[in-house]
Design a binder for this molecule. Structure first.
Ligand code: IPM
Ligand code: MN
Length: 371
């Protein structure tokens, strides 16, 4: 097997970010030693902690190191301490700038309900149904990046944000969504609010025109309000969902809830340069430092990173399988534990996954990688 030598920029950020990223790194280290790879981790200040230390959420040194790395692994940013800052100086602004500067216009959020967690999903599914969908979220445009304005004073203030999309911006992310759907169950639902918004009208027209180039894929366009309801009523109908920046942010939290916990869901951001991997949950300040966050979203980020940035398919599959086994064996962090049942800590969960991984790689070495 080929051995790789890679550098990973680590921006673990605030709140539970450092805890879950530590867990993901422990799994990557386990992988490196089991498969003979060498990963160098470069930890960098980012988010609120960087505001405290360096006076800004995304120091130039951090951005440069991310650009040079083979992949970026990110925890979460934000917290009450920085909430009073103006929007442009907040940890969240650092995250948006990082995405923009790295040219990351695609964000993939796979939402899968593990078999062993069916009982904790808030939706009722028939036995033959599953939740296995991917949200392809536009990440570099829309209302997150359009002009903002605040004017007036005291009781008569006015504030605005602007949703802008161009044909080009819609096409480049839509093509990726069609490709994902082609490789999966060949169904794509594009989300918009074309009955009200001009930007959504362009979104729908552009996606529907592109559909002619992907005749294998069945495309439907849903209004976002209907999509939010359909997700709760019949989540099994979805394969790939294509969304604007804002709609994807909202619908991915909803979909994550259906899978049992937002702590379980990874994401990958792609574009012109280095890819970035981050769990979709926030910094959860109320959990920070308690070693009780769910590291699975971050660990699944590590698996995506191995597959998509390093081409290490066996390794990625082994990590995913180890997560599946640890959950099937009944290990639960508090967010996914049923009331009254025992929960383990963030680091213990990582240890359980690492142990299954070590065991399975030893088996594979003995019996070949087909197992
Ligand atoms: C996410 C987060 C971010 C977003 C915030 C922290 C800026 O909610 O990645 O989903 O809105 O994109
Ligand atoms: Mn979000």
């Amino acid at each position: 097997m080929t051995r790789v030598n890679k550098t990973i920029a680590v921006v673990s950020g605030d709140g539970i970010g450092p805890e879950v990223i530590r867990a993901a790194i422990s799994i990557l280290e386990e992988c490196a030693s089991a498969f003979g790879h060498s990963f160098e981790f470069i930890e960098l200040p980012f988010g609120g902690i960087a505001i405290d230390r360096c006076g800004e959420p995304l120091p130039a040194e951090t951005l440069n190191a991310c650009r040079k790395a083979d992949a970026v692994l990110l925890g979460a940013v934000g917290g009450a301490k920085w909430d009073s800052q103006p929007l442009t100086g907040r940890p969240e602004a650092g995250l948006l700038t990082l995405r923009k500067e790295l040219g990351l216009y695609i964000n993939l959020r796979p939402v899968k309900l593990f078999d062993s967690l069916r009982a904790i999903s808030p939706v009722r599914l028939n036995e033959d149904e599953m939740i296995d969908l991917e949200i392809v979220r536009e990440l570099a445009g829309g209302i997150y990046f359009g002009p903002r304005q605040i004017s007036g004073t005291e009781a008569s203030e006015t504030a605005s944000d602007t949703e802008i999309y161009s044909t080009k911006e819609i096409e480049r992310v839509a093509v990726y969504a069609f490709q994902r759907a082609t490789a999966r169950r060949k169904r794509l639902v594009s989300i918009d609010k074309a009955n009200v918004l001009a930007s959504s009208g362009l979104w729908r027209k552009t996606v529907e025109r592109l559909a002619r180039d992907f005749s294998e894929v069945k495309l439907e366009s849903f209004y976002v309000d209907n999509a939010a309801m359909q997700l709760v009523l019949r989540p099994a109908q979805f394969d790939v969902m294509l969304t604007s920046n804002m709609f994807g942010d909202i619908l991915s939290d909803e979909a994550a809830g259906l899978a049992g916990s937002i702590g379980l869901i990874p994401s990958m951001s792609l574009g012109n340069g280095t890819a970035l991997y981050e769990p979709i949950h926030g910094s959860a300040p109320q959990l920070a430092g308690k070693n009780s966050a769910n590291p699975i979203g971050a660990i699944l980020c590590a698996a995506m990173l191995l597959r998509e940035s390093f081409g290490l398919h066996h390794e990625a599959a082994a990590v995913e399988k180890a997560v599946d086994h640890a959950l099937a064996a009944g290990f639960r962090t508090p967010d996914i534990a049923r009331e009254g049942s025992r929960a383990i800590s963030c680091s213990e969960m990582a240890g359980r996954v690492a142990a299954v991984l070590a065991e399975s790689t030893m088996e594979a070495e003995k019996y070949g990688w087909g197992v």
